[in-house]
Design a binder for this molecule. Structure first.
Ligand SMILES: Nc1nc2c(c(=O)[nH]1)N[C@H]1C(S)=C(S)[C@@H](COP(=O)(O)OP(=O)(O)OC[C@H]3O[C@@H](n4cnc5c(=O)[nH]c(N)nc54)[C@H](O)[C@@H]3O)O[C@H]1N2
Ligand SMILES: Nc1nc2c(c(=O)[nH]1)N[C@H]1C(S)=C(S)[C@@H](COP(=O)(O)OP(=O)(O)OC[C@H]3O[C@@H](n4cnc5c(=O)[nH]c(N)nc54)[C@H](O)[C@@H]3O)O[C@H]1N2
Ligand code: SF4
Ligand SMILES: [Mo]
Length: 727
């Protein structure tokens, strides 16, 4: 690799891109000099996480040497984060999956045979056909995360299955989205429709902005704080954001509902809510008041271990700044199993502050929309069985939770094929034993990936996708205050025999007899015929990277700009009759979480700003900066146990599952009752030369999970660990 660490650090210093997006060819030859570098700048968007920042790749003599933010793009605002800058580390990772491979051994004990694409896709197509014949098309499910997923969803649809699942629902933001939907008739959006930069009072409940790096959101958060916003951080750990906080409330993990209900009670008792707003737009105030009246600050203090006077002070202060108050909705919200209701409590508090549809609170995204479809596609077949969404009334998507259960139990019907695209199922889903049990029941396990993470060991066939810097994907349509489209196009040709998902799915589709669904000649034709009827030229988009459509509509409530609430009552529902009718609490209630027994800590987890889940752990540049995760434990308890900062320990959970060795971080920055580790480490695949056995895997320790009764999310903070010295 020609980039040194110093170079990399220099590049990762967030700098606005001055680069033009027009290819520049320095023709030194024409000037009679020695041939110089051929340099071009190619627009794309980042896939190092799903904020998908607009980027510009600098290519020298056919190699990507630098990535910068595209100033025209709202997600990046011209800057990339460290992970975005390190994209070449994925492209040039020597451990990449290089060829299609068939497992000629047993599943889980693979003997790999290098095969041609024709053979790999022929094998896959035959298996898919036989599953369809035997069990119906619904017996094949997709689990996917990332941009190529749209092509996989398309082929699954054409094949006849409704079962496309994504961890972004049941393991991520599903509970939050449903909690807000039940209250406001709409979710908080992705990107979140929050006006952080203009907020006067920000409340972060768990959400660890700064460690959770969603680029433009972090920039807007910093702007809001620089403009003087007060900040409450509710987190058992002194997070990076807590370092900027006016109040850090080191809450006892799992008791956030007690704090929220008590805040709501104080605000109602002291008449601190936005009366005009609530009278006009909300229903159920009386019922809410009645339900929360016993949640006093003194009571909440006992549950949360936050002093009662601080609970009162923060409630009063928050109200002083209404409606410019932003209770951040969070994103990863599958924590304890009652997560939809916790999110609903956050939504109710936001409503009392009058901040939905108000400056400094939540904005309304643009009403402009754009649907890109290729003309003349035949109708998709109608699935004969319903999607796998369990018995949870608000599982609006097929869920990974129901899919895995159906694969194990055959209920409500058998699942016999999985396609895992861009999703390391061993790291993503809680309880790895269950995942393995499910995989063992399959007739076909297809893995589409760029790297040999541990889940590839369980594949029958591995389809090596090329990285985002080597491919086209579907056009990204984003809705924030404005509507925008962003292109992904190859900066360089695919390395080895890797291929893009659009190509893989088309070839597989043809082998499955689905050619009618693939009438395009190539990807540029496919993109052009979608864009041109909308007045967007492909060539212009390739050059600019992002095109935004300015919107003059007011994103906030104003005379003549009244909000619409898509709830049953067409109002903000402080009290939900719909929930009551279905046998759930109409107003969220507190349930005390189980406490760790003697010698145990609650296991909590989160992000490092330098990594995305497991996917970046083998990336050379990011690995150099952060090789392994650490176990954060209170300095006091470490001392009492005779453990030193920096020494290696092993975590053992309540079911006796042991982690890899992990470095102890003895710190004042965490409560005494929990251990925090960054998610995604402790990889057990020997083929990952850098990531192999570095740090510990939180998912391995998460053998218990609590299912959200409303939408099937898997709460993953319900495990306890003890710390033992490394043997
Ligand atoms: N760098 C980086 N950024 C990312 C990602 C990444 O992988 N890397 N992933 C992206 C994705 S997909 C998501 S969903 C988001 C996730 O990011 P967030 O939505 O911010 O995730 P949370 O789980 O809310 O936040 C983790 C924090 O919750 C705290 N916590 C643990 N238990 C409790 C509790 O009981 N109560 C409270 N109040 N706090 C608790 C932890 O100490 C930690 O600081 O990040 C996104 N941004
Ligand atoms: N214990 C625990 N579990 C969690 C979380 C947690 O914090 N703790 N977080 C949850 C959340 S919020 C989320 S969103 C999910 C995230 O879940 P995932 O997105 O599944 O996370 P990763 O572990 O990064 O697995 C990504 C896989 O995609 C591959 N990959 C990377 N780029 C490409 C590409 O361009 N094409 C293809 N085909 N493959 C690619 C990587 O090599 C890797 O194998 O996990 C959830 N699960
Ligand atoms: S936030 Fe960072 S990693 Fe995520 S898309 Fe943007 S630059 Fe890439
Ligand atoms: Mo997520």
């Amino acid at each position: 690799m020609s980039l040194t660490r110093r170079d990399f650090l220099k590049y990762s210093a967030v700098a606005a891109a001055g680069a033009s997006s027009v290819p520049i060819f320095k023709s030194a030859m024409a000037m009679g000099k020695k041939p110089e570098k051929v340099v071009s700048h190619v627009t794309t968007f980042c896939e190092m996480c799903f904020w998908n920042c607009g980027a510009i790749a600098k290519v020298e003599n056919g190699k990507v040497v630098k990535l910068e933010g595209n100033p025209a793009n709202a997600a990046s605002k011209g800057k990339l984060c460290a992970r975005g800058n390190a994209g070449m580390g994925s492209l040039y990772d020597p451990d990449r999956l290089k060829h299609p491979m068939l497992n000629t051994g047993k599943r889980g004990e693979p003997k790999w045979k290098k095969v041609s694409w024709d053979e790999a896709l022929g094998f896959t197509a035959e298996k898919l056909k036989s599953i369809k014949e035997k069990y119906g098309p619904e017996a094949v499910a997709l689990i996917s995360h990332g941009s190529g997923g749209s092509f996989w969803k398309y082929i699954l649809n054409a094949y006849g299955s409704p079962n496309y699942t994504a961890p972004s629902f049941a393991q991520c933001r599903g509970p939050r989205d449903i909690g807000y939907l039940l209250t406001f008739g709409d979710g908080p959006g992705s990107p979140e429709q929050i006006d952080l930069a203009n907020s006067k009072f920000i409340v972060l409940i768990g959400s660890h902005l700064g460690e959770n790096v969603h680029n433009s959101q972090v920039q807007e958060f910093v702007e809001g704080i620089a403009k003087g916003a007060k900040l409450v951080v509710v987190d058992p750990r002194f997070s990076t954001a807590a370092g900027k906080a006016t109040w850090w409330l080191p809450i006892k993990p799992g008791t956030d509902m007690a704090l929220l209900l008590s805040w709501i009670n104080i605000i109602l008792q002291e008449d601190l809510y936005d009366k005009e707003y609530i009278n006009k737009y909300a229903m159920g105030l009386k019922g809410l008041k009645e339900e929360v009246k016993n949640y006093t600050p003194e009571w909440a203090s006992k549950e949360t271990e936050i002093p009662a006077d601080l609970i009162v002070e923060t409630a009063r202060e928050m109200s002083r700044y209404k409606p410019r108050v932003l209770i951040h909705p969070g994103r990863h919200s599958s924590w304890y199993g009652d997560d939809t209701q916790r999110s609903r409590a956050m939504a109710i508090l936001s409503a009392l502050m009058g901040s939905w549809g108000r400056e400094g609170g939540y904005y309304f995204p643009t009403k402009a929309s754009l649907s890109l479809v290729y003309p003349g596609i035949p109708d998709m077949p109608e699935p004969q069985k319903h999607k796998l969404s369990g018995d949870w009334p608000y599982a609006i998507e097929a869920t990974t939770t129901a899919m895995r259960r159906a694969t194990i139990t055959g209920n409500p019907y058998p699942v016999k094929g999985w396609i895992a695209n861009g999703c390391n199922v061993m790291k993503t889903l809680p309880n790895q034993k269950e995942t393995i049990e499910a995989i063992k029941n399959l007739d076909l396990m297809v893995v589409v990936d760029i790297l040999p993470f541990e889940h590839t060991e369980w594949a029958d066939v591995i389809l090596p996708e090329c990285t985002y810097l080597e491919r086209y994907d579907d056009i990204k349509v984003s809705k924030g205050k404005t509507l925008s489209v962003t292109i992904r196009q190859p900066a360089v040709n695919p390395m080895y025999e890797s291929k893009p998902s659009w190509w893989i799915t088309r070839e597989l589709g043809i082998k499955l007899g689905l050619e009618a669904y693939y009438p395009w000649s190539d990807i540029e034709d496919y993109l052009k015929k979608q864009l041109e009827p909308k007045g967007i030229r492909l060539e212009t988009l390739k050059e600019k990277g992002t095109i935004s459509f300015p919107d003059t509509a007011n994103p906030f409530i104003a005379p003549g700009n009244e909000p619409v609430f898509n709830t049953d009552s067409k109002k903000i529902e402080l009290y939900s009759k719909a929930l009551k009718e279905k046998g759930f609490d109409p107003v969220p209630k507190y349930k005390r979480p189980e406490a760790p027994s003697n010698g145990y800590f609650r296991l909590i987890y989160g992000r490092s700003p330098l990594h995305t889940f497991s996917r970046t752990t083998n990336n050379q540049w990011l690995w150099e900066l952060y090789k392994e995760n650490e176990a954060w434990v209170s300095a006091k308890r470490a001392k009492a146990m005779g453990l030193k900062n920096g020494e290696y320990v092993v975590l053992v959970n309540q079911d006796g599952v042991k982690s890899n060795k992990i470095k102890l971080k003895a710190t004042e920055r965490i409560r005494e009752d929990c251990v925090f580790i960054v998610h995604g480490f402790g990889n057990n695949s020997k083929d990952l030369k850098k990531a192999y056995k570095k740090g510990a895997d939180d998912q391995g320790l998460i053998t218990r999970y609590a299912v959200d009764p409303l939408m099937g999310g898997t709460g993953m903070r319900v495990n306890f660990v003890k710390i033992v010295k490394e043997a």
